[in-house]
Design a protein around this ligand. Structure first.
Ligand code: SF4
Ligand code: SF4
Ligand code: SF4
Length: 202
């Protein structure tokens, strides 16, 4: 009998909740405890269902409905519309969103799994979830996504609010430098857009 840990290893680790569970580990536990169906994970698609069936020793019916091929997504913030409310920060399982309170926020694409959890909480609807093209940079591996999610949970367990300042404090020197560059670029894009909007009005 597979353990929940072994089942969790097979899941994509986006923590997107599309399976109806709180995260990938809860779904893994649900497969064991509740006999949850093996086809509840859209980001995993058919290949994940086949792997789950193999580890659970379940035969797949030959006439089953195949799950669609999963797509890769990423989130994009329309920085010129961001009001800096920081509501999206706590939602992100991989802490891929950066930005200080009342300032522009942006997304570090290499850490974004495209889970989509940030978009619904944005009060000004400035986060868009897009499909990755074949030429997009490669997605965060499931192992790296899981490690980032575990660090995110540890911080929440210590009752730290998931603010950018607290996340930033844990970065090493080169990561801090990289984050500064990314946020500066976001501020520059926002300022440039505001300037061109002003020029259009005057
Ligand atoms: S990636 Fe799959 S298992 Fe994990 S939370 Fe999303 S739907 Fe559930
Ligand atoms: S930025 Fe949004 S879509 Fe990307 S991982 Fe974070 S919550 Fe998910
Ligand atoms: S929820 Fe929307 S407006 Fe608020 S910080 Fe995030 S992107 Fe900006």
């Amino acid at each position: 009998m597979a353990s929940s840990e072994e089942i969790n290893e097979l899941l994509p680790q986006t923590q997107c909740k599309l399976c109806g569970y709180q995260n990938c580990m809860s779904y893994a536990q649900g497969i064991i405890d509740d006999d949850a169906p093996l086809d509840l994970c859209p980001p995993g698609g058919e290949s994940t269902r086949i792997r789950l069936a193999a580890i659970m020793g379940t035969a797949l019916c030959s006439d089953r409905v195949l799950l669609p091929e999963p797509k890769s997504f990423f989130a994009l913030i329309e920085e010129s519309d961001c009001i800096g409310c920081a509501k999206c920060l706590a939602e992100c399982p991989t802490d891929a969103i950066i930005g200080a309170k009342s300032r522009v926020h942006t997304i570090v694409e290499k850490w974004c799994t495209g889970c989509g959890l940030c978009a619904p909480v944005c009060p000004v609807d400035c986060i868009e979830i897009k499909v990755k093209s074949a030429t997009s940079s490669s997605s965060l591996s499931s192992r790296a996504a899981r490690q980032r999610y575990e660090r995110h949970l540890q911080r929440l367990e210590k009752k730290h609010e998931s603010t950018y300042e607290q996340t930033y404090a844990t970065f090493d020197k080169s990561s801090k430098e990289e984050m500064r560059t990314i946020i500066k670029a976001a501020i520059a894009r926002k300022t440039a857009k505001e300037d061109s909007a002003c020029k259009a009005v005057t």
